[in-house]
Design a protein around this ligand. Structure first.
Ligand code: NAD
Length: 359
C-alpha cells in the first residue's frame, strides 16, 4: 500500500474519438455560455477553430470568437493583446485547442481573469495537466506555479491528433516521456506516481515508433495520447530536476525549440544522473524496448527509431554557447539526484550540441 501524501491536482478528463463534440455540454456544466476559442497561428489553428465554432453553433450556442495568436513560450506581449480582446467582449470562459503553446496562452488568460479554462490538446506536451505557467518577457522565460493556473477540463480526442506531423509527434512525445522520467527520481516522488510514470513511458515508447512507421495508425496515436496524459499527471505532481532545468535554460537563453530540446537532452541528462539512480535505471531499462538491460541504450535507440534530429547545433546553438550554457546551468539551485559537476555538465551539453549518442 502506498501511504504517501498525495498532491495530485485533478481535472476532469474525457478521452475518445469524437469526444470533442461534448464541448457544449462541458461549457454549460461550467455555467458558461460564451467561450473565447484560442488556437495557434497557422493553418491547423484555423481548421481547429472553425471546427469548434461549428460544434457550438450546431448545439445552438452563440457563434464562438476565435483568436489564433498563440506562439511558443507564451510571450507576455501576445497575452496582453489577447487580454484586451477578451475584456472587450463578454466572454465567460476560455477554450484552448492546440499544443502546449495554446494551452500556455489559455493559462495566462485564465489566471489573469479567473475565467474557467477548457483544454483540447492536440500534441503530447502535458501542459493541460499542470498548475505551471512559463511566460517570456524581453527574451527571459519566468515560470510560476499556482493551483489556479490548472485548467478545469481536458478533452483528449484522438481525431484531432491525426494531422500532427510525425516529427512533431516524436518531439512532443519524448517531451512527455521526459516529464515521467524525472518524476521517477523527483524528491517528492511516490510509488504510485512511479507506476503511472512507467506506464506512460512504456505506452509512448511503443506508440511513437509505430506512428513513425505508420502515421495513420489511429490505435498508436490513441496509445500515445493516453501515455502523454499519464506523463502529464506526473509532471503536474512532481518536482522536476536537471533535465527540465537544463532544457528551460537552453530554450530561454539560446532560443531553442521546446520539445526538440527536450528530445535531444533527455538521454544525456539521464546518463549524467545514472550513477545516482541505479534503481530508476533498472526500472527504465525494463520497459524501454531494445534497451538490452541498459536504459541509456534504450533511450538512444528510441530517439534513433524516431529519426529526429539529435544535435542542438542544428537548431542554431553555436559552439561558443556550450560554455555559456554550462555557466548558467551551474548557477542554478535545485534538487537533483547527482551533484552538479562542471566537467560532467559541460560534456553533457557538448554531446547534445554535437548530436552524439548519450553514454
Ligand atoms: P506547440 O504548441 O508550439 O506546437 C508545435 C507545432 O505543432 C505548432 O506549429 C502547432 O501549430 C502544431 N500543431 C499542434 N497540433 C497540431 C495538429 N493537430 N495538427 C497539425 N499541427 C499541429 O508545441 P508543444 O510542444 O505542444 O508545446 C510547447 C509549449 O508548451 C512551450 O511553450 C512549453 O514551454 C509549453 N509547455 C508547458 C508545460 C507546462 O506544464 N507549463 C509543459 C509542457 C510544455
Amino acid at each position: 500500500m502506498d501511504t504517501s501524501a498525495f498532491d495530485v491536482d485533478s481535472n476532469k478528463v474525457l478521452f475518445g474519438s469524437k469526444s470533442v463534440t461534448k464541448l457544449p455540454d462541458e461549457i454549460k456544466r461550467l455555467d458558461s455560455s460564451s467561450p473565447l476559442i484560442l488556437t495557434s497561428k497557422g493553418k491547423n489553428g484555423i481548421v481547429h477553430g472553425e471546427m469548434l465554432s461549428k460544434i457550438l453553433t450546431d448545439a445552438s450556442m452563440s457563434p464562438a470568437a476565435i483568436l489564433n495568436v498563440a506562439v511558443m513560450h507564451t510571450p507576455k506581449t501576445v497575452t496582453e493583446e489577447a487580454l484586451k480582446h477578451l475584456k472587450a467582449r463578454g466572454f465567460d470562459c476560455i477554450v484552448s485547442i492546440g499544443g502546449g503553446s495554446v494551452v500556455g496562452l489559455g493559462k495566462a488568460l485564465s489566471i489573469r481573469t479567473g475565467l474557467k479554462h477548457i483544454c483540447i490538446p492536440t500534441t503530447y506536451s502535458g501542459s493541460e495537466l499542470t498548475p505551471i505557467l512559463g511566460e517570456t518577457e524581453n527574451g527571459r522565460k519566468v515560470t510560476r506555479t499556482d493551483p489556479k493556473i490548472q485548467p478545469d477540463f481536458v478533452i483528449y480526442d484522438v481525431d484531432l491528433t491525426m494531422s500532427l506531423p510525425v516529427a512533431t509527434c516524436s518531439y512532443s512525445g519524448v517531451n512527455a516521456i521526459a516529464h515521467a522520467v524525472e518524476s521517477l527520481y523527483a524528491v517528492n516522488t511516490t510509488p504510485t506516481i512511479s507506476k503511472l510514470a512507467l506506464e506512460g513511458i512504456k505506452e509512448l515508447a511503443e506508440a511513437l515508433p509505430a506512428i513513425v512507421q505508420h502515421p495513420d495508425d489511429r490505435a498508436a496515436r490513441e496509445k500515445a495520447q493516453h501515455g502523454a496524459w499519464l506523463c502529464g499527471v506526473c509532471l503536474g505532481s512532481s518536482a522536476m530536476a536537471l533535465h527540465h532545468k537544463l532544457c528551460h535554460t537552453l530554450g530561454g537563453s539560446f532560443n531553442l525549440p521546446h520539445a526538440e530540446t527536450h528530445t535531444i537532452i533527455l538521454p544525456h541528462a539521464v546518463a549524467y544522473n545514472a550513477p545516482a539512480i541505479p534503481e530508476t535505471m533498472e526500472k527504465l531499462a525494463s520497459i524501454l524496448p531494445d534497451s538490452k538491460a541498459d536504459a541509456i541504450q534504450g533511450l538512444n535507440s528510441l530517439v534513433e527509431k524516431l529519426k529526429v534530429s539529435r544535435a542542438l547545433k542544428e537548431f542554431g546553438m553555436q559552439a561558443e554557447d556550450i560554455d555559456k550554457a554550462t555557466d548558467i546551468a551551474m548557477s542554478m539551485q535545485y534538487a537533483n539526484p547527482r551533484a552538479m559537476e562542471r566537467d560532467g555538465i559541460r560534456e553533457l551539453i557538448r554531446r547534445a550540441w554535437a548530436g552524439e549518442p548519450a553514454r
